[in-house]
Design a protein around this ligand. Sequence first.
Ligand code: FAD
Length: 453
Amino acid sequence: MEKIKVVIVGASHGGHQSILELLTRYGENVDITLFEAGDYISFMSCGMELYLEDKVTDVNDVRNFRPENFPQSNVHILNNHEVKTIDADKKTVTVTSASDNETKEYPYDKLILSSGVKPNNLPVPGADLENVYLMRGYNWATKIKEKLNDPAIKKIAVVGAGYIGIEAAEASRKAGKEVVLLDVIDRPLGTYLDAEMTDILEQHLNENGIEVLTNAKIEAFTGNGKVEAIKTSEKEIPADLVIQAAGVKANTEWLKGIVDLDEREYLQTNLPDVYAVGDATLAYSIPARKKMPIALATVARREARYVVKHLFEEVPNKPFGGVVGSSALSVFDYHFAASGLNSFTAAKAGVDVRVSYYEDTLRPKYVPEEQGNPKVSIQLFSDPMTHQLLGGAVLSTYDVTGQGNVLALAIQNKLTLEELAEADFFFQPGFDRQWSMLNLAAQQALGEEPFVE
Ligand code: FAD
């Protein structure tokens, strides 16, 4: 029997998960060809900070998969192969191989697009100067690493204080560089956390030697061949290296006029048998009840799983359930996890939220701080009418990031504040208080008497 031909575009989280799901569900009945435009197969940018801080076995291990992880004769992984176009009538993709510059057509029965994004180069003069870098993928990772080891590089300016910019800044500081972190909005991590938490983190970044410049409108990168400074509307900041982490742009120019990735339900595109997942698409947000950009590996993988599961159903028996959108990060001694919406993303999505902020010790008061009883901060975002939980974040010097996953599950299952206030979690004074921190945060959000010991 002829095998069903599945073509995948992009060897990152979405592409990797698609192969795994195809093999799990359909085994040898499918013939899988994955095209990757780049040379390197599946560098995991999520592990970039760990690599920059010398916390990995080897840079070549920081990847989702190697081609040799799939020795099956029905899996073909082709690097240096860029897919140029799709012919939906003939059901073929046209692919150019960089090694011999040859262009060929390949047939497909099913086509899964996970072509992702590329990082933004700021549209300002000097963006093409030497030592103006980006933070994504193997090539930039190894180039940044070289500069962190170069004693001639003393001052690093990081543009963009989202989680990628924070990772770049922290790794640079730990490598002994002078670091300035700039953002156009009024606080670092402002799209992830509300001000109560970003105030704590901004101060902590300063304490760790990172200068944070907010409301910084970058006008140019200046220098003679090599970058020497960043010019903002306010001042010039000297820099031997600039790392830009200022947003991303979807790798979809080649698809313009051919396919609309976000056209239909079920993660199908407007073309028959063509599916799209990952960062290149908008993700259906459960708390926002609409599609929005949620560029996370977790999203690409869940979408790929859904697409492959329903690949052969004319109309899938259920729509994609959506995602919550959760992330976690360490900022020197602090750790936070955020899930679902916050004030910034809720406003952007046009969703009304009630915000509550809870702060207390991790464990009963009789445990002194130096015995491991630090402060924890919790933010909850809920629907003002129904009290449905729409978002939340936890922050502490203790690793409370697991609570972020509890919040994610609560948001995904549309729990209300009342339900979270009573959810039956464990108590053990080695870890928490008589009520778990999420119970207490929800009780406080409901206006109940504070829990006094
Ligand atoms: P991408 O990873 O963008 O990959 C797309 C691939 O498609 C690329 O390899 C590209 O070369 C290829 N391609 C594009 N066009 C073509 C074409 N025409 N033909 C052939 N190939 C093509 N997410 C998390 O969940 N947790 C984290 O901790 C985390 N940390 C991150 C840290 C950093 C520094 C960065 C940059 C990102 C991080 N992310 C994290 C985000 C995560 O990496 C992305 O969400 C994820 O990689 C998206 O996967 P994707 O498959 O959609 O596409």
